[in-house]
Design a protein around this ligand. Sequence first.
Ligand code: PLP
Length: 366
Amino acid sequence: MSNPINRTGMKKHNFYAGPAILPQEVIEQAAKAIVDFNGSGLSLLSISHRTKDFENVLADADALFRELLHIPDNYRIFYVGGGASTMFYEVPANFLGKKAGYVNTGVWAKKAIKEAKFYGEVETLASSDDKNFTYIPKGFAVPSDLDYLHITTNNTIYGTEYHEDLISPVPLIADMSSDILSRPVDVSKYAMIYGGAQKNLAPAGVTFAIIREDMLERQVRELPTMVSFRTHVENGSMFNTPPVFPIYVLCESLKWLKSIGGVPEIHRRNKEKAALLYAEIDRNPLFRGTAVEEDRSLMNICFVMSEGYEELAPEFLEFAKERGMVGIKGHRLVGGFRASCYNALPKESVEALVACMQEFEHLHVK
Ligand SMILES: *Cc1c(COP(=O)(O)O)cnc(C)c1O
């Protein structure tokens, strides 16, 4: 199924960083459910979250998440509102008693560090700040007296990504907002994984969390009910009204992912898309990538105009826009361009962007 043609008749290629592209069949299914949820004659937008139908959605999402990511039985999944940004303070509120370690890989990591400092000592164990966050720091020591170690597995703004699970002697907590279910991860290496679902799984409004059960015993202070992770685990994400609609779409995204062959297949597709675009960035004399090769993200592909061609950047943006490219302007901290290639982005969109870069090259390089 292809994306709808807009009113100008031009196909749009959606490279937004988030909220971002979702599979077209998921959007169509959601549209149907808004009008008539499961043949009930009622809209998904106006039913109680305490209905059997919605309980089934939560149960399906749980089962699919477990199956797709091979989540071990001693982990629990819950959904809340508030975004990953709320997790930035809830994680330390729950677990930071004395000292936590953080790896600073860019804007989101820095925001997480800032919030953690409200609760205790924060040791920044490694940082790629020295090179404008163009790489993932490696080989740093992790002290064994930390309450936990926090990482950001994909740096949405700078286009860097961990390609291997970090081994940590202390509980490892990861913000996977922008690469969840895009590649295999060994969940057993993590004490907790969380993220805003609006990059790869759902519209804005729901935050997912996968937490190892023993972590719930490690809550270091008394907390308001909504801040404690125990509340959400013990009540199966139903302590208060969960974000019904985004959870429904998340569940449909998981079904879609399973239908195409799960994480191994999406990882293959994501590698293929990224390889196509990085190859063009490396080949085309007008452009260069910003992240170091070994840490390049499969999800957010950042590039700028090569030296000597910098002034062509606004013209390229306009040129690309005229050819249907949407959302490729880079974040203001990096400049240039960012093509977000999340799970639902079809390969044909990457091919269209590559063709556009080649056409632009022929105009400007003799
Ligand atoms: C988008 C993003 C966030 C922020 O998520 P919100 O849900 O808007 O709070 C945090 N971390 C990463 C890695 C992101 O990509």
